[in-house]
Design a binder for this molecule. Sequence first.
Ligand SMILES: CC(=O)N[C@H]1[C@@H](OP(=O)(O)OP(=O)(O)OC[C@H]2O[C@@H](n3ccc(=O)[nH]c3=O)[C@H](O)[C@@H]2O)O[C@H](CO)[C@@H](O)[C@@H]1O[C@H](C)C(=O)N[C@@H](C)C(=O)N[C@H](CCC(=O)O)C(=O)O
Ligand SMILES: Nc1ncnc2c1ncn2[C@@H]1O[C@H](COP(=O)(O)OP(=O)(O)OP(=O)(O)O)[C@@H](O)[C@H]1O
Length: 507
Amino acid sequence: MAINWQQAIEILTAHSLLQDVRGNVNGDFSAVSYDSRKVTPGTLFFAKGNFKPAFLTSARELGASAYVTDVEYTEGEQLPRLLVTNVQKAMAVLGAAFYNNPEKDLYIIAFTGTKGKTTGAYFTHEILQASTGGKTALFSTIDRILGPDDHFKSDLSTPESLDLFHDMRKAVDYGMTHLVMEVSSQAYKKSRVYGLQFDVGIFLNISPDHIGPAEHPTFADYLEHKLMLFDNSRKVIINGETDYLADVYAAAMRHHDEADVYVYAREAAQVKVPVDVLFTGQADLHDSKMHVTTNTSKADALAIAGDYTLNVPGDYNESNAASVLIAAALAGATQPAMIQGLNEVTVPGRMESFQTMSHGVVYVDYAHNYVSMKALMKFLHTQHPQGRVIVVLGAPGNKAESRRAGFGQALTEQANVVWLTADDPQYEDPRAIADEIAAATDTEKVEVHYEMDRPTAIKQAISMSTDKDVVAIAGKGLDPYQKINGVDTPYIGDMQVARDVVAEIEA
Ligand SMILES: CC(=O)N[C@H]1[C@@H](OP(=O)(O)OP(=O)(O)OC[C@H]2O[C@@H](n3ccc(=O)[nH]c3=O)[C@H](O)[C@@H]2O)O[C@H](CO)[C@@H](O)[C@@H]1O[C@H](C)C(=O)N[C@@H](C)C(=O)N[C@H](CCC(=O)O)C(=O)O
Ligand SMILES: Nc1ncnc2c1ncn2[C@@H]1O[C@H](COP(=O)(O)OP(=O)(O)OP(=O)(O)O)[C@@H](O)[C@H]1O
């Protein structure tokens, strides 16, 4: 596990990234790092992102032997340096080489989409764990599972490239043969997965989200970065019911033969491209019964037609599961493993629920944009036709500001009551965020309450719920913190708060 100065130059040249070389380094680099605080003697250091020149001084003092940059810094003049056109891309290609290309030893399935990435990744992981005998790694928004006894909470949906290749190397060394991962649009925008080829790339759906100064300037930019998954996947799977299907399908067909493109859709859907896999489903509060048929010879060859019980409710999860079955089959899973996997899987913080004695059913779900809030509430209405959908909701501060209007729209379309509260307010006033959501909500249709203390809002919502109603606590899933003024402030989590409230009021 190492590269030397000459190899780094050759790799960067091969990728047309190298602009200038200054100095020389003898011997192998002992480590690679983009964080000065983690530098050890012999490290090849990368200056990237919102970088401060003082970090370079620290890196040098801690023993970095060279650095890679796309900006000239006087602080780094005493160090050998590689000037590149794009430091994030350089980091990805040198990271892959430093960790000895672990991606070559893994069958990699990648999920993209506005909603369902984590869910799809968990479903697939569960099936592949059964079919590979526990040799499947998972890199998700919630957890990174590198091996049987090595897992931890994720910071990003898709890790920085150096972390990605580091973790893949560990997974391979633990004997993993498969990897399921989420690929966010930010991962492409920030070149975290630059140069990485996936065996299967899945496009779940797209709707306006992640648009704002810190993420994508426009929807077109968001879509463009999501579509990059197709350029980098050997086989692709597309949801035939996605918005912008014509653009999505055309982008896939630019890079693939039809033989490598699989489209799935609900049987009743009107889809304007050839569909390979069809499904029907019937969801209740606890699970979904799905029936899958195949429509083309390449889909027949997957041997996925049949009946499945999906342990995670929600009609949209049937769609997620259809993509998963195709991916799992391409990765070599057998149908018994698929049946077992879908029947047993759970996804932390997604559609977790419990029945109370006299206050209806309480759901905790990670829905946090227009599409997912609407899908969630619509499903809950079908399951509780006699009762009200009472929602607890806030929106994050300094991030994806467009979600606030989307929440108002979704509430107007589907909610009966909302308790507006704090999500991750960061540097904004949660009450002002709540006002923005309320401004986009039709108060003739929805009863709007304000309570900025999240546990109190949950208590109020559950207290007013009758045995026919349902309470949906949305947006944070299992998050054990609230992001307030740049600090991850510990929080016991929506599910724990809800359980404590019910224990108290039903005691
Ligand atoms: C926009 C973006 O990609 N930001 C990420 C990026 O920030 P950055 O490169 O500017 O890094 P920074 O933390 O500002 O610091 C600058 C550099 O100085 C270094 N540093 C810092 C301090 C120090 O003492 N010494 C030092 O060397 C840092 O290690 C870093 O390399 O690199 C950081 C890690 O190096 C990430 O934590 C950070 O993600 C931020 C926190 C984030 O929230 N990103 C979101 C938007 C994101 O990527 N989300 C997607 C999911 C979206 C979806 O669902 O579609 C994801 O994949 O998670
Ligand atoms: N296919 C889907 N369509 C609409 N909503 C969905 C779909 N799948 C999941 N959801 C909803 O979106 C929420 C988040 O799901 P999930 O975490 O799987 O998505 P994600 O793509 O990983 O999201 P994020 O990028 O925000 O982390 C779920 O809790 C559920 O409410």
